[in-house]
Design a protein around this ligand. Structure first.
Ligand code: ZN
Length: 276
């Protein structure tokens, strides 16, 4: 699984990152904007690949991430978007569970190596292995940006009402949906991941007490926000019957307004902290 995110579209505008559209040729790629000398001073992002000591199945995953410079790409993404008030760390780690989390005390964004087999196995239950690997690679960017959302709430002391978990799903989806076709696909795969998980579990009462919305709700939310980002493009793909796992018309009709609202809120919250 590659951790990759070539910022295009909106992120390029925010981060002054050069980007072509689709599959650019050298001739058609736009010239790279240059950063101004007055760029704000930012903290650095340190990258750590933690050792695997218990589960040897995770060794090739650590090696793959290191070889692909996956976490370095995440670090570049973060400093490309944001001016950090302090240094932070992005680490790959053997956690003993499939998880990812932001630790405010150590200012560390941790992505557990276990996330990769978890996501690949989840997708592989309803598609072939190659496609599952690709979708997992896409969906993990949703996880990374979700955790980056937690990091921004903590680093910038942002006000959030409602569930923070929903708010940072919103940020992840806004960033992916607005950035270009390839990243919108990542957002859709992020939503599909929650949908597959939901189909595999029976909800219990205490699931509704969780700080996260249910997997089904997360899936429908992501679908709604991606739809809202571009109804012309996504209505045929995302709106339809319950049997097909699609968004009902009753929710879909308000998704453009919903998306506009969350985009405005996040851009306002992060506006003073954008890089450049
Ligand atoms: Zn979270």
């Amino acid at each position: 699984m590659k951790l990759r995110y070539a910022a295009c579209g909106m992120l390029a505008a925010l981060a002054l990152t050069a980007c072509g559209s689709g599959t650019p040729t050298e001739e058609s790629a736009p010239p790279a904007p240059t950063k101004t000398a007055a760029a704000k001073k930012s903290g650095k992002v340190h990258v750590v690949y933690g050792e695997v000591t218990k589960n040897q199945d995770l060794v090739p995953i650590k090696e793959e991430w290191e070889q692909d410079k996956g976490l370095e790409a995440v670090a570049d993404l973060i400093t490309g978007i944001l001016t950090l008030p302090t240094d932070i760390t992005v680490e790959g780690k053997e956690c003993g569970e499939e998880n990812a989390f932001w630790q405010p005390d150590t200012k560390t964004l941790t992505l557990c190596y276990e996330v990769q087999p978890w996501m690949e196995d989840t997708f592989a239950q309803s598609m072939d292995e190659k496609q599952a690997k690709e979708k997992a690679s896409n969906a993990v960017m949703g996880i990374v940006l979700h955790e980056l959302g937690h990091a921004t709430v903590s680093l910038y002391n942002l006000p959030i009402t409602g569930k923070e978990e929903d708010a940072v799903d919103q940020l992840a989806t806004v960033l992916l949906a607005k950035d270009g076709d390839e990243t919108a696909e990542m957002a859709l795969d992020f939503g599909e991941f929650w949908q597959i998980l939901a189909s595999q579990s029976d909800l219990e009462d205490l699931d509704f007490a969780d700080e996260h919305s249910t997997d089904d709700q997360r899936a429908y939310n992501v679908m709604c926000w991606v739809l809202g980002s571009n109804p012309d493009k996504f209505t045929d793909v995302l709106v339809g019957s319950k049997e097909d796992g699609l968004l009902p018309e009753s929710r879909a009709e308000r998704c453009p307004d919903e998306f506009a609202q969350i985009e405005k809120a996040w851009m306002k919250l992060l506006g003073p902290h954008f890089a450049g």
